[in-house]
Design a protein around this ligand. Structure first.
Ligand code: ZN
Ligand code: ZN
Length: 327
């Protein structure tokens, strides 16, 4: 660990310099040189006169370069400086834009806490709603819900929604896309849910073509609203699978099926795929996939990925209220 000390008057250039990225800093230094200035953590130096020009905060650093302040999540040398110079920086989504969590579990399947405990915790975090998405049966380990249990769960949600209003629990499912591409519940059962989140957990070693066919089968089903953690990666544990992404994005954009940014240790989609998806006209959802109340905070990490993906609120499906999901 390095401990840096600097005078308050030079805080801005120190902060920008040491938070990077390298690519961003190199581009800033080039832009400074174009203006007859050399830029280091110590400040700007006029190349001709040698005069040192200090910047006490980040805004001053960017203003000296004739740029608006650039959010740290965008500082990757991926076009943010030209976008800033042209006044085309995105209005990045913020946590407070997100009104509901679209992927949560309870002790009815593989979660730890009761539905009520989860809902109260989500409400305390300032959300207006959460979609409860307990598992369908074929993912054997999780005691997926049978049709009878789904009907019972619906009654429990009706009771809780009466108590917790205006907070609302939407009835969803995490629907298994089976290895052969079929879905784990029939259409009439799916139609009764408020929100259907479909996902692939098995058959992950299939070739790209076959995985793509499975994803497309779910996307094309009019009852499916969201594809959860599309690549299935778990950071440091499970590699992502790959699809024919242009085909998947085209189908998702055309059918209005959202792709999820899962904020659990999956961070899936990652920021590059999320940015590509949004550019292809796909709406994204931000979700915690929480299995206990402590994991509801993962929604914040999904927001972080969305910001790194340059996403604006209009590109996120859960900036809208419950009425949009229950039409
Ligand atoms: Zn899952
Ligand atoms: Zn899940």
């Amino acid at each position: 660990m390095d401990l840096m000390l600097c005078r308050p008057e030079a805080w801005g250039t120190h902060l920008v310099h040491f938070t990077g990225s390298k690519e961003h800093n190199v581009a800033l230094r080039e832009r400074a040189l174009d203006r007859g200035l050399s830029l280091s953590e110590k400040g700007f130096r006029d190349v001709d006169s040698g005069e040192l020009l200090l910047a006490a905060d980040e805004e001053e650093v960017y203003a000296r370069l004739e740029l608006p302040w650039i959010a740290p999540e965008l500082r990757e040398g991926e076009g943010e400086i030209s976008a800033a110079a042209a006044g085309r920086l995105p209005r990045l989504v913020e946590r407070t834009d997100v009104r509901g969590d679209t992927h949560t579990h309870s002790d009815w399947t593989d979660g730890v806490d009761t539905i009520e405990t989860m809902a109260r915790a989500a409400r305390e975090r300032g959300l207006e709603y959460m979609v409860l998405t307990d598992h369908s049966p074929s993912l054997g380990v999780t005691r997926g819900l049978t049709p009878d249990r789904i009907a019972e769960q619906k009654l429990e949600l009706d009771r809780l929604n009466g108590e917790l209003a205006p907070f609302r629990i939407l009835h969803g499912t995490e629907l298994e896309i089976r290895s052969d591409g079929s879905l784990d519940y029939p259409d009439d059962l799916l139609a009764a849910f408020d929100v259907v989140v479909a996902s692939i957990h098995t058959g992950r070693s299939q070739p790209t073509e076959q995985l793509t066919r499975r994803a497309l089968a779910a996307i094309e089903n009019p009852n499916v609203d969201i594809i959860a953690h599309p690549t299935g990666r778990i950071v440091n544990r499970r590699d992502p699978v790959s699809y024919d992404w242009p085909q998947v994005f085209e189908a998702a954009a055309r059918t209005g099926t959202r792709l999820e940014i899962n904020g659990s240790p999956r961070l899936d989609l990652d920021e590059r795929l999320a940015r590509d998806a949004a550019r292809a006209g796909v709406q994204l959802t931000l979700a915690s996939d929480a299995h206990r109340t402590e994991e509801l905070v993962y929604l914040d990490y999904a927001v972080g990925v969305a910001r790194r993906a340059w996403l604006e609120p209009e590109q996120i499906a859960n900036v809208v209220g419950t009425e949009e999901w229950t039409r």
